[in-house]
Design a protein around this ligand. Structure first.
Ligand code: SAJ
Length: 422
């Protein structure tokens, strides 16, 4: 019987997940190391931007079903949703999972279910099980006693899209990788309380690799689009028209080029596969390199535009470069691993004229840009004033506009949405 659920980590995945269970009238204890996060949630507010989440958190906290704390408490089920970043040498950093394991181990009781939702390298769930078993020799774990274990453990990776998390948490199918059949059964019983999609059972390592494969598939496909865009640029072909035409083929579906690939998932997870199979993951590694190199290509294009203006007699100090969008993708406020921010930052550090940043989803510039030459500008002002416009993110505010640019204004459109502006 599931009376209480504890969610460890109240970030982009943990908080919406906690709220979803609470909205089904389950008693949910949210745990986070940050007292700022805990206090914010306990006031019924949120510390991240995600559509619909604020209303749901407010209601769940107000009705008493969701409570946040910095100290782990006993519960029937624990869902671990902590970050799994990369180390400096691009290896999976499992230290947050290890810390989560050490924090829940003391309160575990016979019959508990532990689910790892964090994106994990292959073998991470087994490591988690071993960390728990080391601290609690009085309990039995699946790796020791199989289906008869006191504690059930499963990996059920999150697969929701930032910007659509609340919706996708309910409708997406779930991959359930139990360490044993009973572990999978217990995990399905938990997710069935909130998930409308199918819960599909597999083994734990396949579940881990499934999540990594999904994000690597997208990374490889975006790299194909980005590589095409650079080839087409050299050969005088409009890549967006080309992609539209090619996608009319019934078995072709090319993704969209941009200024690079950002976010905490697609730019990160493929490295987990490379780390586990360095000799074999050639395509996955190459795709990462193509996508990582795209901001430099954009910077070269901006450099060429500035040089051409200087040759025509404008002094470099007079030249205003406008960066349109700095978040990692459209219509969100998330700057993690943002290639657009990388471009803006490089320009703020090296361009000797003015840098105007237009970002409709932020109230202030991030610290990385404050020290440079950049200022936050309104879209109209930037369009009127900039000599070079660098369209980096396809925000709705930009898509819905058809600006008429002057003859001497140069457009570097990495998203293909204003290409007919001149
Ligand atoms: N991008 C392009 N061209 C495209 C699509 C995306 O340049 O055609 C860029 C975006 O601008 C962005 C990056 O790729 O910089 C990633 O954006 P995204 O919308 O593709 O994905 P994320 O990182 O927001 O979310 C992904 C999703 N994974 C897949 O679609 C396979 C999501 O379902 C995962 O749950 C999430 O990663 C995660 O948490 O792992």
């Amino acid at each position: 019987m599931l009376n209480s659920i504890s969610i460890i980590g109240l970030g982009y995945i943990g908080l919406p997940t906690a709220t979803l269970f609470a909205s089904r009238k389950m008693r949910v204890i949210g745990v986070d190391v940050s007292s700022h996060v805990v206090d914010t949630i306990n006031r019924g507010n949120i510390h991240i931007v995600e559509p619909e989440l604020d209303i749901l958190v407010h209601a769940a906290v107000g009705a008493g079903y969701l409570r946040a704390t910095t100290r782990v408490e006993p519960a029937d089920a624990f869902i671990i949703a902590v970050p799994t970043p990369l180390t400096a040498d691009r290896r999976p950093d499992l230290s947050y999972i290890e810390a989560a394991a050490k924090s829940i181990a003391p309160v575990l009781a016979k019959g508990n279910l532990v689910i790892l939702e964090s994106t994990s390298s292959v073998g991470a769930t087994e490591l988690l099980a071993n960390w728990l078993a080391e601290i609690r020799p009085d309990l039995t774990f699946p790796q020791q006693t199989g289906d008869a274990s006191d504690i059930r453990i499963a990996h059920c990776p999150e697969r929701v899209l930032p910007g659509r998390i609340v919706h996708e948490l309910v409708v997406n199918d779930r991959v359930i990788g139990g360490m044993t059949a009973n572990c999978s059964k217990a995990a399905i019983a938990l997710y069935s309380l909130v998930v409308q999609g199918d819960c599909i059972v597999t083994d734990v390592r396949t579940a881990e690799m499934c999540k990594l494969a999904e994000n690597s598939f997208r990374d490889v496909n975006i790299a194909f689009a980005n590589e095409l865009s650079m080839i087409c640029d050299k050969q005088g072909i409009d890549v967006w028209e080309l992609i539209k035409l090619a996608n009319r083929h019934p078995r072709v579906n090319i993704l969209q080029p941009g200024c690079g690939v950002g976010g905490h998932c697609i730019a990160v997870d493929p490295w987990f596969i490379v780390d586990g199979a360095p000799q074999d993951a050639k395509l996955i590694r190459a795709a990462r390199s193509v996508n990582d190199a795209k901001p430099d290509w954009v910077l070269r294009k901006v450099g060429e535009a500035v040089e051409a203006l200087v040759r025509s007699g404008v002094s470099v100090e007079e030249i205003c470069v406008a960066c349109l969008g700095i978040t990692y993708k459209a219509d969100i406020d998330d700057l993690r691993e943002s290639p657009a921010l990388e471009v803006a930052q490089a320009l703020a550090n090296c361009h000797r004229g003015k840098i105007a940043i237009v970002e409709p989803n932020l109230q202030a510039l991030p610290d990385e840009l404050v020290a440079g030459r950049a200022t936050l500008s309104a879209l109209d002002d930037a369009i009127a004033e900039a000599h070079v416009l660098v369209l980096l993110v396809d925000h709705a505010e930009f898509k819905n506009l058809k600006p008429e640019l002057g003859d001497r204004q140069v457009l570097v459109d990495t998203r293909g949405i204003w290409k007919n502006a001149k």
